[in-house]
Design a protein around this ligand. Structure first.
Ligand SMILES: [Mg+2]
Length: 171
């Protein structure tokens, strides 16, 4: 059961995920979380580094959709200047928003990776639909109110994975 929380892969940050690596795997699209995955939860807009990363994906024909549990105002303010499709109030780990993102990108589940910083929302949600999930270390060490509770549960699951040798995560 706990396996549903285990990411397919984990990396330090999104910048370790390159178009070359994705294309080699046949990946055509990214469903990504926003807060503490792409930027700090309390930073309103993309950093220059992130803008470059997103453009690189775009230039390589890899579609990106932001799927966030945060409100429309926040997600729209971030996504609109970048002209990236987004789904706010996604209610991850529920699958609805992921399915909608797949449909809007016109991609099959096997063509897409899910990137996120939370086991309880991003990884669980992606895994439940059989998507390839990539966990990143949260960009900021602080979290919004809702996430703080999730982190406590997450720490227990993470410790369990570490004990089993399933994850080696330097903190
Ligand atoms: Mg997040």
């Amino acid at each position: 059961m706990l396996k549903l929380f285990l990411p397919s892969e984990y990396v330090k940050n999104v910048y370790q995920i390159t178009p070359e690596i994705l294309k080699e795997r046949g990946v055509k699209g990214i469903i990504t979380d926003l807060d503490n995955t792409l930027i700090e939860w309390d930073r309103p807009s993309a950093t220059p580094e992130l803008i470059r990363w997103l453009k690189e994906m775009q230039d390589n024909g890899i579609k990106v959709t932001v799927v966030s549990n945060n409100n429309e105002k926040r997600v729209k303010f971030f996504s609109d200047p970048l002209q990236i499709p987004f789904i706010p109030k996604a209610r991850k780990p529920m699958g609805g928003a992921f399915r909608r993102a797949l449909k809007e990108m016109k991609l099959q589940p096997e063509d897409v990776v899910v990137i996120g910083d939370q086991l309880l929302t991003d990884v669980l949600g992606g895994n439940r639909l059989g998507l390839y999930t990539i966990l990143v270390i949260p960009v900021a060490s602080s979290d919004g109110f809702m996430t703080r509770f999730n982190r406590k549960v997450e720490r227990r699951i993470m410790n369990n994975f570490k004990r089993q040798g399933l994850i080696q995560w330097e903190e």
